[in-house]
Design a protein around this ligand. Structure first.
Ligand code: ADP
Ligand code: MG
Length: 241
């Protein structure tokens, strides 16, 4: 899925958060979005989700105006959005049920996704009986089970400890591989932004200030790569202003 924003003003009618945004997100790319708190990251994501209409300008999805939420755009937030009275398996089955998949098939697909995220032995647990990291893995399974063409993620790993978080980043890259899904991933963690992103978008003072390519290969230990170091400094600067 391709997203295109042209001269878009985003926010609530009484308070615009981002003005004059021009941005294209290419099919299959991972765009990470960074910026200081309150700069409009969640606003951008909610707009792409179709939950917040633009105040001005144009937003399109695959060359059609983007209007309202759609099943082929999945959302993953930091808050745990699992239904507490449903088992992890029943939570993952939910979008498949909405798609009208027969019971048996959705059970099989839910199990396959739970297995991919390492929760095969937790499928019959209720969310409150598993750890925060496991709940985030279940949310990821639920988001991807419906085979969305875009995944919109708002600081999904923000509440996890550093080690669990690194594991989730690896898992995300692995489960996205081969899906072709376009990902927009909001974070305020510079290393997360550079590890996950094909490109990183910097927001600040009510604007999209830059969109930068992230050097490849994806490598957490590449601290001495000069291009990466320069980009890291730029991202840190944008986060602190
Ligand atoms: P970020 O995710 O980067 O922290 P947000 O997109 O949540 O920033 O917020 C951008 C701006 O919109 C902020 O100034 C914030 O105060 C305002 N805002 C966010 N949510 C609401 C809301 N529900 N009602 C009114 N203003 C809001
Ligand atoms: Mg936010």
């Amino acid at each position: 899925m391709r997203f295109t924003l042209r001269s878009a003003t985003l926010g609530r009618p009484d308070a615009s958060a981002l003005a004059d945004v021009d941005l294209e997100v290419a099919p299959g790319e991972i765009l990470t979005v960074v910026g200081p708190s309150g700069c409009g990251k969640s606003t951008l994501l909610r707009t792409l989700a179709g939950l917040l209409p633009p105040l001005a300008g144009e937003i399109s999805q695959d060359d059609h105006p983007l209007v309202g939420p759609a099943a082929d755009r999945a959302l993953v937030f930091q808050e745990d959005a699992l239904l507490p009275w449903r088992t992890l398996r029943a939570n993952v089955e939910l979008p498949l049920a909405i798609q009208g998949l027969p019971r048996r098939q959705r059970g099989e697909q839910a199990d396959a996704w739970l297995d991919r995220v390492g929760l095969a032995d937790r499928a019959r647990q209720l969310p409150h009986r598993v750890s925060g990291g496991q709940r985030q893995r279940a949310q990821l399974a639920r988001a991807l089970a419906a085979r969305p063409r875009a995944v919109l993620m708002d600081e999904p790993f923000g509440a996890l400890d550093a080690q669990t978080r690194a594991g989730m980043q690896d898992l995300l890259v692995e489960v996205l591989r081969g899906t072709g899904a376009t990902v927009v991933f909001v974070t305020h963690d510079v290393d997360e932004a550079l590890f996950l992103g094909d490109r990183v978008a910097l927001l600040g003072s009510g604007r999209l200030t830059a969109v930068r390519d992230v050097p490849r290969p994806r490598d957490r230990a590449a601290h001495d790569d000069p291009a990466r170091g320069a980009l890291r400094r730029d991202v840190l600067t944008s986060l602190s202003t």
